[in-house]
Design a protein around this ligand. Structure first.
Ligand code: ADE
Length: 428
């Protein structure tokens, strides 16, 4: 698992080192839309907050992630990176980080599960001081298969909702061994990345995979968290009739008052043209739903893991009759002449068939990541083995920097207004 690049030999596993030049151009393109991360990287280059420390990251290997890794390296970190999904790697980016930055990258688009976990273990072999996860596979593997490396870890970060849920279970069961910051829970992360990032990039992935017209279609969105809200809003913007399915009554009510139809999946299955799962749960679309679907239905997932669509039961119903009319489209032929199309093997469609969230939104998520690793380094030894929120000052600083970079000014409280907000005795 070692690629010779130029005169240097790095522990790495990438698809094709000759793609590096293309990766370089595309990473530079993304950087133009990441002013906050760029400013942090420039400060890191001067202050060196991560000098002599190793970051082990398990993230989607994209142009945006490359810019985060470059900022961390500018701060003095040695970077070890693997993919957080077998289908999300951009091979040119992986090649570029190895060739031009001497990073240890283990990621190949389309890798099978065995190679995916070999890559995670390769990153852990680098003995990281920090773990940076998107889905918690790195920390889970560390705690189960590489426990001898735990004592060297200062802290970790987690990018996504699903990963934070897993970490909270670890904390509850008393198996978490070091502090981890839940990046996902920062306002400047989920209000923008989950809502506008997932909203746009999910439709982008479905459109790139199929070239489908959304106008006039019945789009079923399973799950009305921040991602579901964003997808529903953008699908409506393209002229679709949106149906939301939920298990949480408050979220269902919100979807209703946002103007969407709300019903159980058993009913939605009969009328949907396009189905998108974003619940974080398993078997949201299953046999009874496939049996009810209209022929030609498109089925995609934008939740973190590929468990939301029960593809095994669909394959059973189709008795193995599957064709591939386009890249990223598996068409299952059911006995009654009907077809059901699964996009991107049920994996995150925005990263499998498109490029993930746009750089402008990852700018904020990854600014939180960079600032939280700096925070963990500064707090070394003083935090407990718990899931911590992003410190409020960091969240607010990211918003302030993003507004400034967008050329937007806002008002300040007057002295009188500040005093009014702090008082209690002035009523009607
Ligand atoms: N998650 C969603 N979109 C992403 C992107 N563009 N880069 C890294 N992680 C992501």
């Amino acid at each position: 698992m070692s690629t010779q690049v130029g005169a240097t030999s790095h522990a790495s596993d990438v698809k094709d080192p000759s793609l590096a030049a293309m990766g370089e151009r595309r990473v530079a393109w993304a950087r133009q839309s990441m002013p906050v991360l760029k400013a942090i990287g420039e400060r890191f280059a001067k202050t060196q907050p991560l000098r002599g420390l190793r970051v082990g990251a398990c993230l989607h290997v994209t142009t945006e992630t490359a810019n985060l890794m470059i900022a961390l390296a500018a701060g003095g970190a040695e970077v070890w990176l693997c993919a957080s999904n077998p289908l999300s790697t951009q091979d040119d980016v992986a090649a570029y980080l190895v060739a031009n930055h001497g990073m240890h990258v283990f990621a190949v688009k389309g890798e099978d599960n065995a190679r995916y976990y070999q890559h995670i273990e390769a990153v852990l072999a680098g003995a990281p001081h920090f773990t940076m996860d998107d889905g918690a596979d790195l920390v889970t593997t560390l705690l189960t298969k590489a426990q001898e490396k735990v004592s060297g870890v200062i802290g970790g970060t987690e990018e996504t909702t699903t990963g934070v849920i897993r970490l909270r279970s670890m904390e509850k069961e008393g198996v978490l061994r070091y502090p981890i910051i839940a990046i996902n829970d920062a306002l400047t992360k989920h209000l923008f990345d989950n809502r506008y990032g997932t909203g746009q990039s999910t439709l982008d992935g479905i459109i790139r995979a199929t070239n489908v017209l959304f106008a006039g279609k019945a789009v079923v969105v399973a799950g009305y968290g921040w991602c579901g809200r964003g997808i529903a809003q953008r699908a409506r913007g393209l002229g679709a009739h949106v149906i939301v399915t939920e298990v949480d009554p408050t979220k269902a009510l919100e979807a209703l008052m946002d103007g969407h139809a709300v019903m159980p999946m058993a009913d939605a299955a009969k009328i949907g043209d396009i189905f998108i799962t974003v619940t974080g749960n398993t078997k949201v679309l299953r046999e009874e739903h496939f049996l009810a679907m209209k022929s030609g239905a498109l089925v995609a997932n934008s939740g973190h893991f590929n468990v939301e669509i029960d593809i095994e039961s669909l394959a059973r119903l189709a008795e193995g009759e599957k064709t591939q009319p386009r890249e990223f489209v598996d068409q299952y032929h059911l006995g009654d002449e009907r077809t059901v199309n699964v996009l991107g093997e049920g994996r995150l469609i925005n990263l499998a068939a498109a490029e993930g969230h746009p750089a402008a939104v990852m700018d904020m998520s990854f600014a939180n990541q960079a600032l939280c690793v700096e925070y963990l380094a500064a707090k070394r030894g003083s935090l407990k083995a718990k899931v911590y929120p992003v410190p409020e000052e960091i969240d607010a600083e990211v918003a302030r920097l993003k507004l400034a970079a967008s050329g937007v000014k806002i008002d300040e409280l007057t002295k009188e207004q500040r005093a009014y907000l702090e008082s209690w005795n002035e009523g009607t």
